[in-house]
Design a protein. Structure first.
Lengths: 168, 256
């Protein structure tokens, strides 16, 4: 039996317009995962772990803390909008190469938040990286490899090497 | 009320009639999501009202209630004499939440762990309110009189005094914790009592007073007490407060 929802809107998700249906109290996280964007992970559902981080109009937010009804056609970017398996973003490559990924559960949120940082601050120092990722918890890595991954990606992106990867 | 769940006003004036019908204000939404939401209740999404993000940087500083913590921090960073406000905004919560929590939403919700209240109390903030009529209220009164918060929309936060300096402390166990209390001191009082102390998250919600010097600040602070919170006893929190107050007042002594 098809589920019926009270509201409908068109979101721009990773550059693509998608009509989504939801109830008044649904969060952006719920709507994204129901629309097939399971790369957006569900963790604490309280805005404390950051695994559900997406970009909303270019700014990193906890999607579990955003009502879907308040999105109103704005651009939403998930980790898949930043780069793909075939065409990974330097951040995604760096995380894989520098041990920034262990279980992988926090990784999408970390990469989205890191992407937002590098868009604004192309050559961040370690303190700036830590600050930008202060809402994204990781229980595996101890964080140093994650910081190294972001630093490496920043160097790659601004060393004059050809830039690979997507990016919305 | 007709069963429409969300309203999207574009002008401030559209809001009071919706409030009178029992709809709830939605700014960033983070406080609403922490509560059990009545499924029948309608929400008024304020994001489409441009006037609620207006900023006036001439004295007194006026900030729109729909500014997020991130946006407000960027604005006050460029102004002299609001360093304490900037610090509070930049250390609150986390990056992802600072992009959603709004000034007005934080004042309206006023949870005990708010980082925003101390600098606003030190600034002797006045709130421009719109309900059945336009009114203004001091923040101190707004926090203590529930009737002021009913069916009103904050349209502006007016900071009557600057909040310079770095004498700010938030009691947290780890960086990303919500503070158990916050405390700030700045030198913006009258000549006879220039030091202004504000504490938020204590018993009675907040403490706000002026003193002639560091010794008198410590004396006045004897009045501050705490409820048990976050697994910590009132005695521990009070001792911690007294210790941090001593550290901050020592910095005043060193500066002088």
């Amino acid at each position: 039996m098809k589920q019926e929802f009270a509201m409908k809107d068109t979101f721009v998700i990773n550059g693509e317009r998608k009509t989504v249906e939801f109830d008044a109290a649904d969060t952006l996280l719920t709507v994204l995962r129901r629309a097939g964007h399971t790369e957006v992970h569900s963790g604490c559902d309280r805005g404390e772990c950051g695994v559900c981080t997406v970009l909303l109009s270019g700014k990193p937010v906890n999607s579990c803390q955003v009502f879907a009804a308040s999105v109103r056609g704005r651009a939403v970017t998930t980790v898949k909008g930043i780069g793909t398996l075939e065409n990974p973003h330097p951040l995604q490559k760096a995380f894989a190469e520098h041990g920034g990924i262990q279980c992988g559960f926090c990784t999408p949120g970390k990469i989205v938040a890191s992407y937002a940082l590098l868009e604004k601050t192309p050559n961040p120092g370690d303190e700036e990286i830590k600050r930008a990722l202060d809402g994204n918890l990781c229980r595996c890595t101890g964080y140093s490899q994650i910081i190294e991954s972001v630093r490496s990606a920043a160097e790659t992106m601004h060393s004059g090497e050809p830039e690979e990867g997507g990016g919305v | 009320m007709e069963k429409k769940k969300w309203f999207y006003p574009e002008q401030i004036e559209e809001v009071p009639p919706l409030l009178e019908q029992g709809a709830a204000l939605h700014a960033g939404g983070t406080a609403l999501l922490r509560r059990s939401i009545n499924p029948e209740r309608a929400f008024i999404d304020l994001q489409g009202i441009a006037a609620l993000k207006e900023v006036r940087t001439e004295t007194p500083l006026s900030l729109g209630p729909m500014l997020t913590y991130f946006e407000a921090a960027e604005i006050v960073e460029k102004l002299p004499d609001y360093a304490l406000l900037q610090r509070a905004l930049e250390t609150a919560a986390a990056t992802t939440l600072r992009n959603r929590i709004t000034l007005g939403g934080a004042v309206c919700d006023a949870p005990p762990w708010s980082d925003l209240m101390v600098p606003l109390l030190l600034a002797e903030t006045e709130l421009a309110l719109l309900g059945k009529r336009e009114e203004s209220r001091s923040l101190s009164r707004y926090l203590t009189v529930p009737a002021d918060r009913k069916e009103t929309l904050i349209t502006r936060l007016i900071l009557r005094k600057p909040v310079p300096g770095e004498l700010y402390f938030r009691m947290v166990r780890t960086h990303f914790d919500y503070p158990l209390f916050t405390l700030g001191i700045c030198r913006n009082g009258p000549e006879e009592a220039p030091f202004h102390l504000a504490v938020y998250g204590c018993r009675g919600r907040f403490f706000n007073d002026y003193a002639a010097g560091p010794a008198e600040l410590q004396q006045k602070a004897e009045e501050v007490s705490f409820p048990a919170r976050g697994g910590f006893s009132p005695e521990y929190l009070r001792e911690r407060f007294r210790t941090e107050l001593k550290r901050l007042t020592a910095r005043i002594d060193q500066a002088e």
